[in-house]
Write a protein that binds this ligand. Sequence first.
Ligand code: FAD
Length: 546
Amino acid sequence: MPVTVHQTESPSEHALERLIERYLHEPSAELAATLRAALTQSRGAPRDALPPHVLKDALEQSPLAVSITDLNAKILYANRCFTEVTGYSQEEIVGHNESLLSYKSTPRAIYRELWQTIQAGHRWSGKLVNRRKDGARYLAAVTISPVFDTQGAMTHFLGIHRDVTEWFALERKVCNQKAFIESVVDSTPAVMAVLDESMKVVLDNQAYKKLITDMDQPEPLVHLFEQLRSRVGDFESMRAAQRSFYNCEIACKLATGEQRWFACSGTWSCELVSDVDTFFSEKRVPYLLFLAHDITSQKQQQERIRSNAMRALLAEEGMNQSLQETLSGAVYQFESPFNMLNAAMDMLERRSDKSAMDDALLSVLAEVQEQARGALHNLQQAIPREEGFEPVSLNLNQVIHDVLMIYTERLLSEGIVIDWKPTASVKPVFGEANRLRNMIKHLLDNAIEAIVAGDCRRREITIETANEDKWVSVTLIDSGGGIPEPLRIKVFEPFFSTKTGGDASHAGMGLTLAQDVINRHAGTLEIDAHFHHGCRINVRLPVSHS
Ligand code: FAD
C-alpha cells in the first residue's frame, strides 16, 4: 500500500509517521515493535503530548539499517544502524547514491528488476551483495518501498536492510550438510529408510527406491515389517518401548519370484520439533532408522555348503547301511559252515573208536575252529553300529526341503517335475533329522525309480505336508506304475522288490528302512489302496507336544 504525506501538516514529521504506519506490517517484528511503541505513545495522549523527536528517535534507534532517498536513490537520511552496518558516517553517506553500497557483483538483471518494481510504485525485496566503507562485502536483505504524497505522486524511496551474511553462511552450511548426508545415504549399498512415528517413510536412499521397483510394491517396508513382526514385535509396541533390533534375517520375494535375504536393523532416535509452539516448550519426536543389508549371496553360499554337507551325510549313511547289510549277510553265510564244523568236531569227539588219525584231525580242526571264531568275531565287530536315537523338535518342511535340494539335479536329468506344496506354519514334530531325511530319500528314490521304470509320459512327483490335529502328514504321490494290490503288504518285507534289473544296491530295502524310521518316530506309513494313477504314500508323524 502506498504511503501518503499530508502537506497541511509538518511534512517531515507526518511523512515519517505514515512511513512508520506503513512499516508496522513489515516482516521485521523488532522494528515494528519499536515503531508501534512510539506510535501508541503518540496516539494515546493529546497530539501535542508526543515530543516531535520521538518518531525520529525511534527510527534512529531501530536495529535495522533505514535510509530515505529521492527518486534517483540519492540518500537524504540514514539512521544510526545504517552507519554501523555500512561503516559510513551520516555526513559521509547523505547526498550520495545508494549505489555507493554496491559491490558490483550483483547481477545487472536484479537491479533492473528492482528499479522496474519500485518505479511502478511497488515494494521490492531481495538480496544484494553490498560493500562496506572498508571494502568488506556483506549480504544485505533489502526492502525498498516508494513513498507517495497526498496527490499520489511518488516523492521518495524508503530502504531498509540488514546484514544476513551469517544467516546465509549458516543456510548454505545446512544445505551442504543435507546434500552431503543425502549423497552418503544414497551411495550406501544397504537399503536405508527413516520412518516417522506413524511408520511413514520420510527419507530413503537409491537402494530402497530400487527395492520398490524390484518388489513392485509402493512401500516395501510394510512387507519387510510383516516378516519381522514375529521376531521384533509390531511397529507400535516397538515405538512405544523405543526398542531397537539388530541383524534380524528375513527373506522376501521379488516381483520376478526370486528370493532375497536381508539382515535388518532398526535404531530409534529423537528429533527436536521446530514448530513455533515448541519454542518455549521443547518437544521431541521419535524416528526409526531402518537398515537392510542384502545377504542373499552369503545365504546361497551357506545353503550350498549345507546341502553339500547333507549330501555327504546321506551318502555316508547309505554306505553304512550297505556295509551293515553286506557284513550281516557275510556273518550269516559264514555262520552255517562254522556251525557245521562245530557239529563235525562234536561228532568226532564223541566217537568211541577214535584213532590216532582222528586225534590229529581233531587238533587241526580245533585250530581251524579257533581261527574261524576269530574271523567271525572280527566280522561282527566290523559291522557299523547304529547311533543312538536322539530326537529334537523339527520342522518337517525344512527336512523335505533339504532332501529336495539334494535331488534337484537328479530330478532334472530324469525330466521329473516336482510339485512341492509345504503347508504354511507346519507344526513341529519330534524326531531325528537325519533319519527322517533318509526316510524321505527312500520314498523319493522309490518314486523316481517307479516313474523311470514305468517309462511314464507324465513324470510328476507331488509332495505335500499338512497339519492334522495331533499329526503332521506328508503325502508323496508319483505318476509311476503304482503297486499292485496283492503286493501292498509284501513290499514292506526286507529284500522284496517289484523292480527287475537297474540299480540293485538297495533293492527291496527302501520301504523296509522307511517303515523302520517311521516306527521309531511312533508314526504311520500307508500306501493308499484307492489311488490308481500311480502310487500315493501317506506318512503321519506325531506333533512334538503330544
Ligand atoms: P547503476 O548504473 O547505478 O544502475 C544499474 C541499473 O539499475 C541500471 O542499468 C538501471 O536499470 C537501474 N537504475 C539505476 N538507477 C536508476 C534510476 N535512477 N532510474 C531507473 N533505473 C535505474 N543497491 C545496492 O547495491 N545496495 C543497496 O543496499 C541498495 N539500496 C538501495 C536503496 C534504495 C532506497 C534505492 C532506491 C536503491 C538502492 N540500491 C541499492 C540500488 C542502487 O541505487 C543502484 O541501482 C545499484 O547499486 C546499482 O548501482 P550501479 O552503480 O552498479 O549501477
